[in-house]
Design a protein around this ligand. Structure first.
Ligand code: GDP
Length: 372
């Protein structure tokens, strides 16, 4: 039963990703296998079931919630006779749509080519008529059909270009001087941009879609006469494509070089514990997990679930919980300073600000011991 709940949550997230990319989802298929079929990911019976459904309902694309191997992708496309997207490709597509600056575009393009290279043999030649659409944005179709060598050259070029920009950005970071640097991290859509806006009184793009933020935004924030730099970074997600982790080096460097991390959690989301784990895993991967961290549990104004009884504080039963009650939950007992807020209504902002101030101040005086 718990497995089933997990599965539903994963599918909800995948549907949200598809929606963010501009697709509407018609039907979900799930299957329990001890391990994915090496040839077609799902078993042959399930594949047939999907194929029939796709035919009958004129479905344009089938999306899988995992990264498929190049051969699985090829086999599925041949057998289902429909465009196949895997989770990685879908996320890359959203990133391509959302990349605003030439830096972000270069990063996404690199990640797309790296994803494409081992999958080049499959092509979409038999699906010519379905040009465009999800999974086809970014590198143009004609480019997709050029040979491996050209793509390898392109990858080299993009890597060089990024290296140059990385250097410039490193210089920029150095030029910011010794001001304390704080990075907002968290799963996608938890409210990082909203919090950034609330703290810095600036207008950062916030939207109820995934990955509204691809580029790093840096703002100077002052709390109690103490200035520091606050950055908003790309949202993390379960199974973030490794190609992206690699190519978003500079964006993640911002996190890596921060003095303090503010880990924002959407406590109204049924999978928030999983989200915390995903974020911690990525922090570990980029070697940023030992930094000072403040846990900010956001969206306390928004509980979608009914409370069954007084002691029941499981994720599916959070409603009308007072601040005092929140402070008695396991979340409040973490080894990090922890605070419960709403970035939207600004509930409990003074406590959060005090917490940030204390941490920043501590770092500040360790850096300027004679100034204080
Ligand atoms: P980001 O992807 O982490 O930067 O998240 P955003 O700041 O873009 O916010 C994602 C969505 O959550 C937006 O629709 C926000 O309006 C909403 N949101 C952010 N903070 C809160 C909050 O405290 N309460 C509620 N109810 N919604 C919030």
């Amino acid at each position: 039963n718990q497995d089933e709940e997990k599965l539903t949550e994963y599918m909800d997230e995948l549907e949200f990703l598809a929606y963010t990319a501009g697709a509407t989802v018609d039907k979900r298929f799930t299957q329990k296998l001890s391990q994915p079929d090496s040839r077609t990911f799902v078993g042959s019976g399930k594949a047939l079931e999907i194929k029939e459904y796709v035919k009958e309902n004129e479905i344009g694309t089938v999306i899988f919630d995992d990264e498929l191997s190049p051969s699985q992708l090829k086999n599925l496309e041949r057998e289902l006779e429909v465009k196949i997207l895997d989770r990685t490709n879908l996320i890359l597509d959203i990133f391509a749509q959302r990349a605003q600056t030439s830096y972000a575009r270069t990063q996404v393009e690199l990640a797309q080519y790296q994803y494409l290279l081992p999958r080049l043999t499959r092509m979409w030649t038999h699906l010519e008529r379905q040009k465009g659409g999800i999974g086809m944005r970014g590198p143009g179709e004609t480019e997709i059909e050029t040979d491996r060598r050209i793509i390898r050259d392109r990858i080299t070029l993009l890597k060089d270009k990024l290296k140059t920009i990385d250097k410039q950005m490193a210089t920029q970071r150095n030029n910011r001087g010794k001001m304390v640097r704080v990075s907002l991290v968290g799963y996608t859509n938890v409210g990082k941009s909203t919090l950034m806006n609330a703290l810095s009184k600036s207008e950062v793009f916030a939207e109820n879609k995934l990955f509204a933020t691809l580029d790093t935004t840096v703002r100077k924030v002052v709390i109690g006469n103490l200035p520091f730099l606050l950055t908003d970074t790309v949202g993390f997600i379960r199974k973030l494509p490794t190609q992206l982790v690699e190519s978003f080096k500079s964006t993640l460097d911002e996190v890596r070089e921060a003095d303090l991390l503010i880990h924002v959690v959407d406590i109204s989301h049924e999978s928030f514990e999983d989200h915390i784990a995903s974020v911690n895993q990525i922090l570990q991967e980029i070697d940023a997990h030992q930094k000072p961290i403040i846990m900010v549990f956001n969206k306390i104004d928004a509980f979608a679930y009914e409370k069954k009884d007084e002691d029941d504080l499981t994720p599916s039963s959070r409603k009308n919980i007072s601040l005092d009650e929140w402070k008695k939950t396991w979340m409040a007992k973490s080894k990090y300073p922890t605070v419960f807020i709403s970035a939207l209504t600004k509930e409990n902002f003074p406590e959060m600000k005090k917490m940030i101030y204390d941490e920043v101040h501590r770092i500040h005086i360790s850096r300027f011991p004679y100034n204080d």
